[in-house]
Write a protein that binds this ligand. Structure first.
Ligand SMILES: *Cc1c(COP(=O)(O)O)cnc(C)c1O
Length: 456
């Protein structure tokens, strides 16, 4: 092979730069050189095609380098139009923020009064505003926020159960997506897991028998992503709290999703409300900010002041605390609940969307695609809410199904995924499916334009 035919890296970078300028997407020199080096290396290892001349090879390498630059420039977090219908999609960042929360993030992004009391001109607590909101919304004595609910449960156990035993029902030793397993979190919190009952049945007497001098807490885990059905029995929070308090122990509840206001969908009525679980006597309650609450990723702890104060003094709390952007988004989201404006929270609005509106939006999406080289149909299905919340709730889904003219539904989805904005649908048999529950009207129109272009 005649390696002397290979183009020089700086020539390839120059040509690729010119291509990108012509395409209206200029790229910095350093990235061009890097991409050109990779492109030339690629030619060397792939071998020089027979009959190729110097000009061919330069053109090929330049095109390859330009493509690499474009991909590199788009490798940050990008906006995705979610046409999966899964409202709390963990891979897509779970709950989308409300406009008010977005504005709050923008305002806090510069300097802000994170730890400053503006009235007094003195240092203030970064949790004071949030505590006031959560007190008003849930009746809790105190509140803390950490990075996520996994961190919240870990902090609670590390503070209240380290060196002792945490009593948990065998029916609640769960794993929640992405490696959160109750037995392992209990161990990380420095506590010994004391399992009681059986997978399907645990009674108050089982807990009572397990309590001894080493017992540090009772831990109740809400089944958020599974249900045990059939011949089952578990102990209601109020009775568990009574037992814990008789022995001077705290009851910690991992609510997982937990909600301030259950979404108005059949099956969600039983979703525990935070205020109600507190009234039933739970001492410490942990839940996620980005599940049914509809806010940013965060782990929220509410409950008795004497326990939360201890958690706030734990060095682990400092390591798990959240930044000003999260606090801003969370405060603004909670303020919407307080002000009776929860419908402005996108996750709640999507879960509550009336079926007629979904049907109309799906119809409009299909109409916007008419004339495309594809077979289009409108289907009603059932879709999960997602995000490890509401495992038994299936929502009616209105879906536009597309069978592209070339029969390659996977190819269509791939082009949409890598486009700008990215559009995420799903495949079913030989059709690409787009569920409109998770698209606003404007987004559905944007998705239509992207799908038209991808089909063309
Ligand atoms: C989702 C969930 C968690 C983990 O919450 P993250 O905010 O994702 O860390 C823990 N426990 C339960 C019961 C959950 O449902």
């Amino acid at each position: 092979m005649d390696y002397s035919l290979l183009p020089r890296v700086d020539r390839v970078a120059e040509e690729a730069g010119a291509l990108l300028v012509r395409a209206g997407t200029p790229c910095p020199r350093q990235a061009l050189v890097q991409a050109a080096r990779t492109a030339v290396e690629q030619l060397r290892t792939a071998g020089i095609p027979a009959g190729a001349d110097r000009a061919d090879l330069l053109r090929r390498a330049a095109e390859d380098a330009a493509a690499r630059c474009l991909v590199g420039a788009r490798s940050g977090l990008r906006r995705v139009l979610n046409a999966t219908g899964v409202v709390l999609h963990t891979n897509l960042g779970r709950a989308p923020l409300a406009p008010a929360a977005l504005r709050a993030v923008g305002e806090a992004a510069g300097y802000c009064n994170l730890e400053l009391d503006l009235e007094e001109g003195r240092r203030g607590g970064r949790h004071a505003r949030l505590t006031a909101l959560l007190q008003a919304l849930t009746g809790a004595e105190a509140a803390l926020v950490v990075n996520n609910n996994a961190a919240a449960v870990l902090l609670a156990l590390d503070t209240l159960a380290r060196g002792g035993e945490a009593v948990v029902s065998r029916g609640q030793l769960v794993e929640i997506g992405g490696g959160f397993r109750i037995p392992e979190v209990v161990a990380r919190g420095g506590a010994v897991l004391r399992e009681v009952g059986t997978t399907n049945k645990t009674r108050l007497a089982d807990y009572r028998r397990a309590i001894r001098s080493k017992t540090a807490c009772l831990l109740q885990v809400h089944p958020n992503n599974y249900r045990i059905t059939g011949f089952t029995e578990s102990v209601p929070t109020a009775r568990l709290a009574g037992l814990a308090h008789d022995h001077g122990l705290p009851l910690i509840c991992d609510l997982g999703s937990g909600c301030l206001r259950p979404p108005a969908v059949p099956g969600a009525e039983g979703e525990p409300r935070i205020a109600q679980v507190l009234r039933e006597g739970a001492d410490v309650l942990a839940f996620s900010g980005d599940k049914l609450l509809g806010g940013p990723q965060a782990g929220i702890l509410v409950g008795k002041r004497r326990y939360l104060d201890r958690m706030g003094e734990n060095p682990l709390f400092r390591a798990l605390r959240v930044d000003k952007l999260t606090l801003a988004a969370l405060e603004a989201t909670l303020a919407l609940y307080r002000d009776g404006r929860a419908e402005e929270i996108p996750a709640l609005a999507m879960l509550n969307a009336p079926e007629e509106a979904l049907r109309a939006r799906a119809g409009a999406l299909r109409d916007a695609l008419s004339g495309c080289p594809a077979r289009l149909s409108l289907t009603r299905r059932r879709a999960p809410a997602g995000g490890g919340a509401l495992p038994e709730v299936f929502l009616p889904a209105w879906v536009v199904e597309i069978r592209p003219g070339d029969g390659d539904a996977a190819g269509l989805l791939r082009r949409l995924r890598t486009g700008d904005p990215a559009v995420l649908g799903y495949i079913r048999a030989d059709r690409a499916c787009f569920d409109v529950r998770t698209l606003t009207e404007a987004e559905a129109q944007e998705a239509a334009r992207a799908i038209r272009a991808a089909l063309a």
